[in-house]
Design a protein around this ligand. Structure first.
Ligand SMILES: Cc1cc2nc3c(=O)[nH]c(=O)nc-3n(C[C@H](O)[C@H](O)[C@H](O)COP(=O)(O)OP(=O)(O)OC[C@H]3O[C@@H](n4cnc5c(N)ncnc54)[C@H](O)[C@@H]3O)c2cc1C
Length: 401
């Protein structure tokens, strides 16, 4: 198998780089380089710029605004976008609800929601997890009772990322509590977040940021035409969506960008009377991370280039291995940047997190962000299906244990 890029793919990479160079606002790039997460406005602005170029709905068919790229082109685009660094396309819109509607939605649902999802006119969130239903998602309890041409939804979701920004939520609900198999009593609904009866309550995470929420549903009326696929067949939709979600989490371009950033900082940071970049222990650590990343890039390329040849439409079980190793690398590279800052990373972060303090910042801007990112990325081995669950998948599907 040839793992080199073709001349066309290399030219495509240059085209993507040039577009990003010419269109990504400099302030956005610099904020992201310093380690700040993108704001909602930055994400919307960049996704719209990409959409205007026809590059937002990257995995969708041309008929629904996709660019018609091969899986390898998609991978190149995503890597370059992360390496820039530029805000990421909103996964809830592009990798989750878009492909779901294309596969399972009615014509009306596609026409109404797909162009708006591509252009980020609607911000979607994912209402799957509940207290007591995470890895074991099929045990979810949020109930939808049919009354005429509506469902009445009652229950609670948790860990709902960016629900406070969202216009719409794709929601898993129990429509048949008496089904013989738990998976056979679940439906998939599209819910307008402005509907009366929805309460979004923030969860502040360990890094001090507001990304996560609890969402409560009290007698929320959802029109029946907002159900995707048949009643009680929502599990098919959820499985399809989760397979797509997993593939996007490895974010190898992000790890590459963080290693390069740490190297540039180390050239300016002194340790033991010389630049940190000349310290043998630091150099060895960076080399090991680069080798691990290269190995994973090769595996990803192998999985991605085989994608078109798979006939069953299911995700390659090796995408679980990429999720596990990719999330571990994200954690390791965020730790690398934080360690370059040394003790000042934590002190700078603690000072910034103390909103009551009027004291000036302690240490450089990037150091405070480095600690926050390190803390937040502990979650990368949990979301999108925990790494233990991915290892269970690998043990069955690849190792046949
Ligand atoms: C930052 C963040 C963002 C998230 N965003 C969203 C979102 O937008 N929408 C949404 O619906 N959900 C979201 N989630 C929820 C996420 O999908 C769940 O946290 C995840 O599926 C794990 O479920 P849980 O938290 O209930 O843990 P549990 O399932 O209770 O797991 C607890 C521990 O037990 C282990 N474990 C569980 N079952 C097994 C098993 N069979 N074999 C081996 N080990 C096992 C797990 O690996 C874990 O270590 C988010 C989570 C985080 C941390």
């Amino acid at each position: 198998m040839d793992l080199r890029f073709t001349p066309e793919e290399t030219a495509f990479r240059e085209e993507v780089r040039a577009f990003i160079r010419n269109n990504l606002p400099k302030e956005t790039r610099e904020r992201l380089r310093m380690g700040h997460p993108p704001t909602k406005a930055e994400t919307v602005q960049w996704q719209r710029a990409l959409n205007a170029r026809g590059w937002a709905a990257i995995s969708w068919p041309k008929e629904w605004g996709g660019p018609g790229w091969s899986p390898v082109q998609r991978m190149i685009f995503l890597e370059e976008n992360l390496a820039a660094p530029a805000p990421e396309l909103l996964g809830f819109n592009i990798t989750m609800i878009g492909p779901v509607l294309i596969q399972f939605g009615t014509e009306e649902q596609k026409k109404r929601f797909l162009p708006r999802a591509a252009n980020l006119d609607d911000w979607w969130c994912q209402g799957f997890s509940e207290p007591g239903a995470g890895s074991d998602l099929a045990s979810l309890k949020t109930a939808a009772r049919r009354e005429g041409d509506h469902y009445i939804v009652n229950g609670q979701k948790i860990w709902t990322s960016t629900a406070h920004n969202a216009d719409w939520c794709f929601l898993l609900v129990r429509t048949n509590p008496a089904a013989a198999k738990r998976q056979e009593g679940i439906s998939f609904l599209l819910v307008d977040m402005k509907t009366p009866g929805i309460t979004v309550r923030p969860i502040i995470s360990i890094d001090g940021s507001h990304h996560l929420n609890e969402v409560f549903f009290d007698d929320v009326k959802v029109p029946v035409e907002m159900r995707v696929h048949e009643e009680n067949r929502g599990w098919d939709v959820a499985k399809f969506l989760l397979g797509n979600e997993r593939v996007g989490i490895a974010r190898l371009g992000k790890s590459r960008e963080r290693i390069d950033f740490a190297k540039s900082l180390a050239r300016e940071t002194r340790s033991g009377g010389r630049p940190l970049s000349e310290d043998p222990a630091f150099r060895q650590r960076v080399a090991q991370l680069e080798v691990d990343l290269k190995g994973l890039e090769m595996m990803q390329l192998r999985v991605v280039s085989a994608y078109d040849k798979r006939r069953d439409g299911k995700p390659d079980p090796l995408s679980s291995a990429i999720k596990v190793r990719g999330s571990e690398l994200l954690q390791a590279t965020s730790e690398l940047v934080m360690d370059v800052g040394g003790p000042q990373s934590m002190t700078a972060w603690a000072r910034e997190a103390d909103t009551a303090s009027n004291e000036p910042a302690l240490g450089p801007e990037w150091a405070a962000q480095a600690a926050g990112a390190y803390l937040m990325l502990r979650a990368a081995s949990i979301y999108g299906g925990s790494n233990e669950i991915q290892k269970n998948i690998l043990s069955k599907a690849v190792l046949r244990l």
